[in-house]
Design a binder for this molecule. Structure first.
Ligand code: NAD
Ligand code: WQD
Length: 337
């Protein structure tokens, strides 16, 4: 039986997808340099599933190390999570982001081509829609980027389209995630940000656990139902199952295709705070402050294409997301450390 190779498999989304794959009876290899993770997440994935996986520490920029994996194991598909993802950091260190994300993907695809493994699921992002004007966002909406991180995702999307043009036997699913939050309901695996979190949910959980005094709500004068930013939050376990659906789809469908993975429902920052407080019976002190540069008022998906073609849709509610985020944080106040 052949393996599904996950680059970046020890990370937040990769570890939840590894769990879903193992639970579905797949064999899994993770290839991760642990820049933003550790093997502890994968130890817990194995504990939770009762199945083992192959955990390799390596960098996708290291062609030799990566080639060794293709030499050693039969691989039927790759899910490519490995990447740097902090928007602010990408503006400060653009070359690092382009090298790691873009050159790393080129490296991976060259080896996949060489070894005849031409089935790829790629972690793209709603960031490729830039400041979209029409809501909900359909896959055909215009693409643009407002920072080097977003540019790197957009460049990779172009590279994959060109690759498929040149070698039509590739099967590629480009998954554009909206705002992943939550954690496996066991509370054993979850998001483990380094330093001060940039994203809303880990910031809220760190306020709840007493690591931060209060949450700054960036902007209360947006043209939304309560003035705060609206996003399409998606539970990471739903997102994980979206990858299994994409792999199944690629078995039937040749070509390259693009899918929004979101719920289709927008919630505001205040909606999330209220839900978190109610469900977990915790007060979240917050202050309304000015907008964060680069933020858009609202961003939510039209997920109809994924529903139709991948036969996938989100199952979890906002209440599930805030409960599971807190369950992970309270059981692991210092993440995996
Ligand atoms: P993460 O940082 O938790 O996981 C990424 C993993 O890739 C980490 O374990 C990291 O150590 C590894 N990695 C990075 N560079 C590598 C390299 N050169 N070689 C080997 N491994 C490397 O992030 P995540 O939230 O799990 O995101 C996974 C993917 O999904 C990323 O590509 C990210 O851009 C994309 N994405 C994430 C979000 C989000 O909000 N979390 C939204 C949209 C898209
Ligand atoms: C959500 C809302 C903030 C923190 C980012 C990336 C995007 C994708 C997902 C990778 C906004 C508000 C946040 C805080 C706040 N990642 N907020 N106080 O910006 O929608 O998307 O992560 O691809 O590319 O840009 O997510 O969680 O940072 O913000 O008020 O301390 O919460 O202003 O309205 P965002 P987020």
């Amino acid at each position: 039986m052949s393996y599904v190779l996950l680059t970046g498999g020890a990370g937040y989304i990769g570890s939840h997808t590894a769990l879903a794959l193992l639970n579905a009876g797949e064999k899994v290899i993770s290839f991760d340099n642990y820049h933003n993770s550790s093997s502890e997440s994968l130890k817990r994935v194995q504990q939770l599933s009762g199945h083992s996986l192959i955990d390799i520490q390596g960098d996708i920029l290291d062609s030799q190390a990566l080639a060794q994996v293709f030499e050693q194991y039969p691989i039927k598909a790759v899910i490519h999570f490995a990447g740097l993802k902090a928007v602010g950091e990408s503006t400060a260190k653009p070359l690092w982001y382009y090298e790691n994300n873009v050159a790393g993907t080129v490296n991976l695809c060259k080896l996949m081509s060489k070894y005849g493994v031409k089935k790829l699921v790629f972690s793209s992002s709603a960031t490729v829609y830039g400041a979209a004007e029409q809501m909900p966002i359909h896959e055909s909406s215009p693409r643009s980027a407002t920072n080097p991180y977003g540019q790197s995702k957009l460049m990779i999307e172009h590279i994959l389209a060109d690759l498929h043009n040149a070698e039509p036997d590739w099967r590629i699913a480009v998954l554009r995630y909206f705002n992943p939050v939550g954690a496996d309901s066991s509370g054993l695996i979850g998001e483990n940000p380094n330093g001060i979190p940039n994203n809303l949910m880990p910031f809220i959980t760190q306020v709840a656990v007493g690591k931060r005094d209060k949450l700054d709500v960036f902007g209360s004068d947006y043209p939304t139902h309560d003035g705060t930013g609206v996003r399409d939050f998606i539970h990471v376990s739903d997102l994980a199952s979206g990858h299994l659906a994409a792999l199944g789809y690629l078995d039937k469908a040749p070509g390259i295709d693009y899918f929004n993975l979101g719920s289709g429902q927008g919630y505001s920052v205040l909606d999330v705070i209220k839900s978190f407080s109610q469900v977990n019976q915790l007060d979240i002190p917050y202050a309304l402050v000015k907008r964060r540069p680069g933020d858009v008022a609202q961003c939510y998906a039209d997920p109809a294409k994924a529903t139709e073609l991948l036969q996938w849709k989100t199952e979890k509610t906002l209440e599930d997301m805030v409960r599971d985020s807190w369950n992970w944080q309270k059981n692991n106040p210092n993440g995996y450390n």
